[in-house]
Design a protein around this ligand. Structure first.
Ligand SMILES: CSC[C@H]1O[C@H](OP(=O)(O)O)[C@H](O)[C@@H]1O
Ligand SMILES: Nc1ncnc2[nH]cnc12
Length: 299
C-alpha cells in the first residue's frame, strides 16, 4: 500500500445473466452514456448506497438481447470509467468444473483462461501501443471483501479458482469440459474476457463473483447445462447476489489509500505505454481520454 493519495471509490456493478437491477439504490437514475468506442449494452443506472456512489450496467442489456460475442466490452468499460467508477464487481453465472463447487455456491475467482476468439480486447491499437500486466487479473482486496460479506450472509464461498472463458454461444462439448477439468480450472463462462483485460487497461480494479448454476456437461449424475437450468438456479442465486451487492458496496466504498497490492489496477498504465509521445497518433489518442487520460494528458 502507498498512502500518497486517498481514493473515494465509486463502485461499478456489471450484472450478468439474471441480474438486471440492484436493490436498495437511492437517488436512482438510468442515464444513457455514450462512448467513443460505441454504445454500451444499456443505459447506466446511477445511485448511492449508504452514501457510496455506484453505477450498475446490465451486461447483456435489460431483457438480455446481446450475446457474449456481440457485447461491446470496450464501450461498457469506457462508459463505466467515464462515470467515475474505480472498482468493478462483475457478477456472472458459471458452470462448475469441480465436484465440490455445487450450484448455488459462489466462487471468488482469481484467474482466467481466455479462449475467446476475435473479440476486440484492447483500447491500445495502432498509434498508441501499451502492454499492461495481467499476472494477477483480480483485485485481491475486492475479492477478499466480497468473500467476507458473502460468508456473513451464509453463502458457501470458494476463495480463488480459475474461470475458463469460452467464445460460445453454444455450451461446451463433453471432451472440452473434461479438458478444462484436466487443467484444474474451477468454473466456465462466456463473458469475463476481454472484460477483465479492458478493466485493467482502464486502471479499474476488477473482481468477479462467479455464481455456480450447473455442472456444465461432465458430471454423470447431473443434467447437462441448459438455459432453463441456468435461469432456474439464478432465480434462487439472485436473492443472495442482490444481498451481497447490497452489503459489499458500502464495505468497498470506504475512503482508502491508493492500492498497490496483488491485482490492484490503479497505476496499471505507469510504464505500460511503449509508443513514445512523438510517435503517437493524435487521432487515436482522442478516444483514450477516459481510459488513459491520467498518463497521456496529465503533466
Ligand atoms: C444464460 S447461460 C450463458 C450465459 O450466462 C453467463 O453470462 P454472464 O457472465 O453475463 O452471467 C455466461 O457467460 C453466458 O453468457
Ligand atoms: N456451463 C456453462 N458454460 C458456459 N457458460 C455458462 N454460464 C452458466 N453455465 C455455463
Amino acid at each position: 500500500m502507498v498512502a500518497d493519495k486517498m481514493i473515494e471509490p465509486v463502485i461499478g456493478v456489471i450484472g450478468g445473466s439474471g441480474l438486471y437491477e440492484i436493490d436498495g439504490l437511492e437517488n436512482r437514475e438510468w442515464r444513457r452514456c455514450e462512448s467513443p468506442w460505441g454504445s454500451p449494452s444499456d443505459e447506466l443506472l446511477f445511485g448511492t448506497l449508504d452514501g457510496v456512489k455506484c453505477v450498475f450496467l446490465p451486461r447483456h442489456g435489460r431483457g438480455h438481447p446481446i450475446p457474449p460475442s456481440r457485447l461491446n466490452y470496450r464501450a461498457n468499460i469506457d462508459a463505466l470509467k467515464r462515470a467515475g467508477v474505480t472498482d468493478i464487481i462483475s457478477l456472472s453465472a458459471v458452470g462448475s468444473l469441480k465436484e465440490e463447487l455445487a450450484p448455488g455456491h459462489f466462487v471468488l475467482v482469481d484467474q482466467f483462461i481466455d479462449l475467446t476468439q476475435g473479440r476486440p480486447r484492447t483500447f491500445f491499437e495502432e498509434g498508441c501501443v501499451a502492454h499492461v500486466s495481467m499476472g494477477e487479473p483480480v483485485s485481491a482486496r475486492m475479492a477478499s471483501t466480497l468473500a467476507d460479506e458473502a460468508e456473513k450472509l451464509g453463502i458457501t464461498v470458494a476463495r480463488g479458482g480459475s474461470y475458463v472463458v469460452i467464445e460460445g454461444p453454444q455450451f461446451s462439448t463433453r471432451a472440452e469440459s473434461e479438458l478444462y477439468r484436466s487443467w484444474g480450472a474451477s468454473v466456465i463462462g462466456m463473458t469475463n474476457m476481454p472484460e477483465a483485460r479492458l478493466a485493467r487497461e482502464a486502471e479499474m480494479n476488477y473482481a468477479t463473483v462467479a455464481m455456480v448454476t450447473d455442472y456444465d456437461c461432465w458430471h454423470e449424475e447431473h443434467e447437462h447445462v441448459t438455459v432453463e437450468a441456468v435461469v432456474r438456479t439464478m432465480k434462487s442465486n439472485s436473492k443472495h447476489a442482490r444481498e451481497l451487492v447490497r452489503r459489499a458496496i458500502p464495505a468497498l466504498g470506504r475512503t482508502r489509500p491508493l492500492c498497490t497490492g496483488p491485482g490492484a489496477a490503479e497505476r496499471a498504465l505507469d510504464n505500460a505505454i511503449i509508443t513514445p509521445p512523438e510517435a503517437r497518433d493524435f487521432s487515436v489518442l482522442a478516444r483514450l481520454d477516459a481510459v488513459a487520460g491520467r498518463v497521456l494528458f496529465s503533466s
